[in-house]
Write a protein that binds this ligand. Structure first.
Ligand SMILES: Cc1ncc(COP(=O)(O)O)c(C=O)c1O
Length: 411
């Protein structure tokens, strides 16, 4: 069995351009194999498109979907005033970002790492906001605040999932599932002296993180109905939270919502001040399956053909960069050439990936490169030390270190 990927006409044309470019072929031949590359014009296009799309809301860059400090800085600069800062995923990462000049970091996930929290509070208290959803998180931060005589900035994560019987449409993250649990924690937080609430995050994972068009017709329809249904809770929960905070005299600096996949709905709520966006800048494979998201793939990797065990099969070195989360074929890297498919018996292998060559016309030979996209955006950077930024002519402009290349691993 062979797993081929269908592409939209728009993508087909875009990839055809890449596959037929002699410049790109010669650039890749000069790079180490495997290697990752980022097409600057596509990245610029995505930054511009996303900035327009949020229609006046601020954008917070999801670092987990970028994992490269040079790219984060590049996007921050081009977003200008539209950028509210970065959403980080580990306190040591937050420290790394702040040490590298990022001015506003929101930890998108709670930290229970006392020493790392302490370093952040001691050195960067006014530039960092911690995520909380339970008393233990608050107690830890408050105790560090007391020790350093500081008021620690916190953000409450409210859960946007819906439960239908035993089925949860959404994720298991925050314990603040409803107004009662929110108010209960809020009352407790207000009795602490060394923390202050500056933000709320309501991330609608089931809208932003589930593609609209990935599955067969019936499943897509069910997803679309569930997304619509969850919007009712999302809007009313977020609105009510704002009203309660206003009533309690808590002035928020920001209300964070969404992700790349939910920009269209998140921006409609007047109380939402900023939308988190990460994946949209690289436009990884899974983002081909969202409605009304015309971003361009900008990040790719390429593998070297080292064997041809049969005239219609080529074997590549490396390639097993499978995305995290629930297991499925959609998590496997996607070749950009439609005439190339993975073998379902082997898929993307640990150090060897065989591909089926559908067309004899485009006869790949030993020594050639094959271009792929990762299913998710930032995860690819865990496999490479660098990302090559390519200019309009696909010539390397910069060799930008990934987090891994900086010797930094945060997950
Ligand atoms: C808290 C939070 N906000 C936003 C996002 C959206 O990021 P992206 O734009 O990369 O989909 C994520 C992704 O998982 C997230 O965990």
């Amino acid at each position: 069995m062979i797993a081929f990927r269908k592409q939209s006409d728009k993508l087909k044309n875009l990839f055809k351009q890449l596959l037929q470019s002699k410049n790109l072929t010669s650039t890749l031949n000069e790079l180490e194999a495997p290697s990752a590359f980022l097409i600057k014009s596509h990245l610029d296009y995505n930054i511009h498109l996303i900035r327009e799309k949020v229609e006046g809301k601020k954008i917070r860059i999801a670092s987990k979907s970028v994992r490269n400090i040079s790219v984060i800085k590049y996007v921050t600069k081009r977003l200008g005033d539209t950028c509210s800062g970065v959403m980080a995923y580990h306190p040591r990462e937050a420290l790394f970002l702040l040490q590298n000049g990022i001015r506003d970091v929101l930890l998108g996930y709670p930290c229970y790492h006392p020493e790392d929290c302490e370093s952040l509070i001691r050195d960067y208290n006014e530039k960092v906001t911690f995520m909380v959803d339970t008393l233990e998180h608050v107690e830890l931060l408050d105790s560090i605040g007391v020790a350093y005589g500081k008021k620690v900035r916190i953000c409450l994560d409210i859960d946007m999932s819906i439960d239908i019987g035993n089925f949860r449409f959404g994720v298991f993250r925050s314990s603040l599932m409803n107004i009662d649990s929110f108010t209960d924690l809020l009352e407790k937080i207000l009795s602490f002296n060394s923390v202050r609430i500056v933000g709320i995050m309501g991330y609608e994972a089931q809208v932003a993180g589930i593609p609209d068009l990935l599955y067969n017709g019936a499943k897509n329809l069910i997803i679309s109905l569930l997304k619509k249904r969850s919007m009712r809770k999302i809007i009313s929960f977020r609105k009510k939270v704002c009203e309660i905070l206003q009533h309690k005299g808590v002035d928020l600096e920001f209300f964070n919502a969404g992700g790349t996949g939910s920009i269209d709905s998140s921006k409609k709520e007047e109380w939402v001040t900023e939308i988190t966006v990460g994946s949209g800048f690289y436009d990884s494979y899974l983002f081909d399956f969202y409605k009304n998201l015309p971003v361009k793939p900008s990040l790719f990797f390429n593998l070297l053909i080292v064997r041809k065990p049969r005239h219609d099969i080529a074997t590549l070195h490396g390639g097993g960069y499978v995305a995290s989360g629930a297991i499925g074929l959609e998590k496997v890297p996607a070749p950009i050439d439609e005439k190339v498919g993975l073998l379902s018996n082997e898929l993307a292998g640990e150090v060897q990936t065989p591909i089926k060559l559908l067309s004899d016309k485009h006869s790949y030979k030993i020594g050639d490169r094959v271009i792929f996209r990762h299913a998710k955006a930032g995860e690819l950077c865990e496999h490479f030390n660098h990302v090559y930024l390519l200019d309009q002519e696909y010539k390397p402009l910069h060799k930008w270190k990934t987090y891994r290349g900086e010797g930094q691993i945060f997950v």
